[in-house]
Design a protein around this ligand. Structure first.
Ligand code: BTN
Length: 245
């Protein structure tokens, strides 16, 4: 990426790359050099793709949508985690619109078809005294017909679910348009409409779950974006936020 010109506010853009270590790293690098809000980094392949909880996100070249979006968020810091709900909704709606899938959302932001994960979302932030940058990373499984043994039975792709391939660009366009809409709704109208849509798509509420920070019956998401878990000790609030990128 050395020498590439970062997109500016006048021209937010999609930066298309071949193989990179991680689109997240490229996005932060561009952000540091002044890239505009909503700059998108797209790659064909990642050699060190990052997942949540320090896990890797591995891909065979050309099989997935690997994208990161630079955000200069217009939200107070405690509300940044809410962006993950907006993003998960956008991914689910894009897969519905382009491939006719009916994904469900697993708290905080996995996208599933049946019990198998089709997309993952990683929010990373860098907060300084003057500015906050969030990079929203999204990986969608598109054309994989098989997965490595450790993911077998737990992961799926658009090709496996529909028997056909969809154009990566089509998924990207649908995703960005849904993301813009839900992000704008969150920033303009607050979390209530986002929460309502997330709950309608959720496969988590009403189930016993085990998440970072607790296990129990998932009963609701509150207006601050915390998952409400009922366990033997009562009702517990579990929060999930961007990690430092
Ligand atoms: C997860 O479910 O663990 C989150 C996976 C996020 C993967 C995407 S792929 C594009 C972007 N670049 C990365 O290195 N990670 C995210």
């Amino acid at each position: 990426m050395k020498g590439a010109r970062p997109p500016t506010a006048a021209a937010p853009a999609i930066v298309r790359l071949g193989a990179v270590e991680s689109t997240q790293a490229v996005a932060f690098e561009l952000a540091e050099r002044g890239a505009a809000d909503r700059t998108v980094v797209l790659a064909d392949h990642q050699t060190a793709g990052r997942g949540r909880r320090g896990r890797a996100w591995n891909d065979e070249p050309g099989t997935g949508l690997l994208v990161s979006i630079v955000l200069r968020p217009r939200l107070a810091l405690p509300r940044l985690p809410l962006l993950s709900y907006a993003t998960a909704i956008a991914v689910a709606e894009a897969l519905d619109g382009v491939a006719g899938l009916r994904p469900t959302l697993k708290w905080p932001n996995d996208v599933l078809v049946g019990d198998r994960k089709i997309a993952g979302i990683l929010l990373e932030s860098r907060i300084s005294a003057v500015a906050a940058t969030v990079v929203v990373g999204i990986g969608v499984n598109l054309t994989q017909r098989r997965f490595p043994a450790e993911l077998e039975g737990r992961a799926t792709s658009v090709a496996l679910e529909t028997g056909r391939t969809v154009e990566r660009e089509q998924v990207l366009a649908a995703l960005l348009s849904a993301f813009d809409l839900w992000r704008a709704r969150l920033e303009a109208d607050g979390f209530a409409p986002v929460r309502e849509r997330w709950l309608a798509l959720s496969g988590t509420i009403g189930r016993r779950v085990s998440v970072d920070g607790g296990a129990g019956l998932a009963v609701d998401v509150d207006l601050e974006g915390a998952l409400l878990l009922q366990d033997g000790a009562g009702l517990r609030r579990v929060l999930s936020g961007p990690i430092e990128g």
